[in-house]
Design a protein around this ligand. Sequence first.
Ligand code: SAM
Length: 253
Amino acid sequence: MLKAYLKYRKARVNAHGIHSPFVFEFYNEIIKKHKAGIDPDIEALRTALLKSKKKIRFDELGAGSKKENQAERAVSSIAKHAATNSKFGGLLARLCHFYNVDKVLEVGASLGIGTAYLAKHTNEIVTLEGCSEVLELAKENFKTLGYNQIETRLGEFTKSLAELKQENKIFDLIYIDGNHQLEPTLAYFEFAMNNSHDDTFIILDDIYWSPEMEMAWEKIKADERINVSIDLFRLGIVCKRPTQRKQDFVVKF
Ligand SMILES: C[S@@+](CC[C@H](N)C(=O)[O-])C[C@H]1O[C@@H](n2cnc3c(N)ncnc32)[C@H](O)[C@@H]1O
């Protein structure tokens, strides 16, 4: 991970190094203005979760956590290690607002912090989660925040994605944030390619979390159906944008 970070630091550029109008606008409107997306209510909820004394039974269906592997987990620890942080939460909210994103899919809800940021400016959002106790807490959190447009689906991702495929759901943004292993990530990406339009944002979390995730990110960037990739180190964003010349961007964030 350190080696990957040093490589990212060396390669990353700011506005001056970006020669694509789309990515230049993305840099100026989303990256530079991400703080406008940070939400005090979501952050107050995060603080409360970080102080929680509650423990839940955690059914691990994915690659697991590098920090925790017990069946019983403290809510505070889940909030600390699994939730999207405020910087990237602000980026997601700002992106949804600026590009009028309306239909969102999140693969991996956990306590619902990332979901809440995605829901801030969107009308329809589906989030998937395999652990029932954590999803119950996420639902309580959505109530606390007053979001009622969030549809939650409990179950293994593969099963939930197969159902969404049957329903022919097309999304404007798909956030893949769970089960960080090579083959599952490529399968979720394939779902995203089929259930999206030309301008859909496909976002992958933790692209340098493990050698398998690095490999998945390399394969996704190289996919000939993808024309734009934006590497923010923690997150990778790809879009089809078929009219654009194929280019990869490593951008300072
Ligand atoms: C990193 S957390 C999601 C964080 C959340 N997006 C946020 O921003 O707060 C990943 C979640 O995916 C769930 N998960 C992992 N693999 C799964 C699978 N194969 N099926 C269903 N859920 C899974 C885990 O239970 C965990 O809660």
